[in-house]
Design a protein around this ligand. Structure first.
Ligand SMILES: Cc1ncc(COP(=O)(O)O)c(C=O)c1O
Length: 488
């Protein structure tokens, strides 16, 4: 009897049918051709960044709708796809790689990291388990060790690279919860200021805490947690039978770049036996500079620290990190066993990242950090970050010279918040005039600024953080601000 499979193919002629399906494997010429074609578009794109508009999303919805399509059955020429991307889609965006992008928290996107990704994705090795790629996992562990040493953590600290600061904050809260709290943790209280990044709220909710357990602590005139108010809040919560558990401090808030008094918060955490987490997603890598180290004194006493390489290490989006001072706490929170997994390492120097992270299979993101550091050394990053601090100080002085310009938040790092004040206008009218000022600045397309509100006051922000932003672009920013003011 002949065995006939579904679809009518007999086992005898099945081999012939299967063996022909190889079109997804590219030959050497095809690979070179793809890289060559992509490279031409990429280089042209990067070289023209300084003259490209810094943001253009006009008719974005129409464009987005125009690319909706069912799963394609037929292939399309690579050159046509490149043209679609670089010719039509990429230009209609916020140009986050531009030297004029001074919005939110920039970073730029080091090209070296793109090459690292190309290598990492081409070799497609598995770094979540030490045994599967021992020396590659070690490169990633090295990167985390460099970060830990930079902030002054002991050698027992451990960490992980995440996709961003939000996931790092989430992992920190889960680690702290599992380390410090019983299974029923619903009376535990977390403290953060209203200047904390909203990922902290998300993290707390995802970690299972009800929103009412997140207690907001007021800030001082420099947008830093008021230590006295925090102590009072903790005392009244204890008196009410709640369980104070964790403080989230900021080392560089998104609104104004404020750095909390980390020494004082570390003292409170020690005295009250609380976990101190520092969200240093924006500010943390300024620890490479002397001024940054002075601002963030005490960070080494935190239990955990979020750092975002895709911000102040200038990496492309997709790389965050979390460091935990007691590395064992991080491991205990994430290690589970399964029979199909290879053996995990007993030696604490050999890191199985899946034991320290919510993730198992993932990209080899350590290479993205390792490569530019190895190629340039830390000095290049330090110098660039020092330049950002200088530029922020420079632009603040230039703004201060403008009659009626109020510096609402002096730069503690590389972010300044400001607004125009005119006599005789009520708060609503002042907000409106500042909204118009922002529009008039951005419409020139040389810089892109964003705004925020501080106690109901609309303020403009300049955040200087891209490795591509230098004095010439800040001079252009000032020219545009002056021109916009004239038009108001
Ligand atoms: C202070 C701060 N924390 C956390 C985050 C969240 O990081 P991510 O966007 O990488 O998830 C941000 C993002 O801007 C931030 O500024």
């Amino acid at each position: 009897m002949r065995l006939v499979l579904e679809g009518g193919i007999s086992v005898a002629n099945m081999g012939e049918k299967i063996s022909n399906i190889r079109e997804l494997e590219l030959n050497s010429d095809a690979m070179r051709e793809l890289i060559q074609q992509a490279m031409e578009r990429i280089v042209e794109h990067i070289e023209s960044l300084p003259t490209q508009p810094v943001s253009d999303v006009t008719e974005g919805a129409e464009l987005a709708r125009s690319v909706v399509e069912p799963m394609p059955e037929e292939g399309v020429a690579f050159s046509d796809l490149l043209e679609l991307l670089f010719g039509r889609l990429v230009p209609k965006t916020y140009n986050t790689a531009s030297p004029g992008y001074l919005a939110y928290i920039p970073g730029g996107g080091l090209f070296h990291a793109a090459i690292a990704d190309l290598i990492a994705d081409s070799i497609n090795r598995y770094v979540g388990v030490w045994m599967a790629a021992p020396a590659l996992a070690q490169l990633e562990a090295n990167v985390l060790r460099w970060f830990a040493e930079m902030i002054g953590y002991p050698s027992s600290a451990r960490g992980l690279l995440t996709t961003g600061g939000s996931l790092a904050n989430f992992t920190a809260l889960v680690t702290a919860r599992r380390d410090r709290l019983p299974e029923n943790f619903l009376s535990a209280v977390l403290y953060a200021s209203d200047q904390s990044h909203y990922s902290v709220i998300k993290a707390a909710l995802m970690a299972g805490f009800p929103e009412r357990n997140l207690h907001e602590v007021p800030v001082d005139g420099q947008f830093r947690i008021r230590i006295g108010a925090l102590r009072e809040r903790i005392a009244s919560d204890r008196a009410a039978g709640l369980r104070p558990f964790l403080i989230v401090a900021s080392a560089g808030t998104t609104n104004t770049g404020a750095v909390d008094n980390l020494e004082a918060l570390a003292n409170v955490a020690r005295e009250e036996d609380l976990w101190l987490h520092v969200d240093a997603a924006y500010g943390g890598f300024f620890m490479l500079t002397e001024r940054g180290r002075n601002m963030m004194r005490g960070i080494e006493r935190a239990d955990s620290v979020t750092l975002d390489p895709h911000k102040a290490l200038f990496l492309p989006y997709g790389t965050g990190s979390l460091l935990v001072r007691d590395g064992e706490a991080l491991r205990r929170a994430h290690s589970v066993h399964a029979d199909y997994m290879p053996p995990m390492q007993d030696n604490p120097d050999l890191v199985d990242f899946c034991q320290f992270s919510p993730e198992l299979s993932r990209d080899f993101r350590g290479l993205r950090v390792w490569l530019p550091f190895k190629m340039h050394g830390a000095e290049a990053f330090r110098n660039s970050l020092d330049e950002k601090l200088d530029l922020a100080a420079w632009v603040t002085e230039e703004l201060r010279r403008i009659p009626g310009m109020e510096i609402v938040a002096e730069p503690q790092l590389s972010l300044v918040a400001f607004r125009l004040v005119r006599d005789g206008l009520n708060p609503g009218e002042l907000n409106e005039i500042n909204r118009r000022l922002l529009d008039r600045i951005n419409i020139r397309q040389r810089v892109f600024l964003t705004a925020t509100t501080l106690s109901g006051i609309f303020v403009l922000r300049i955040c200087i953080l891209s490795f591509r932003t230098h004095l010439d672009r800040m001079e252009a920013a000032m020219e545009d601000i002056h021109a916009a003011l004239k038009e108001l």
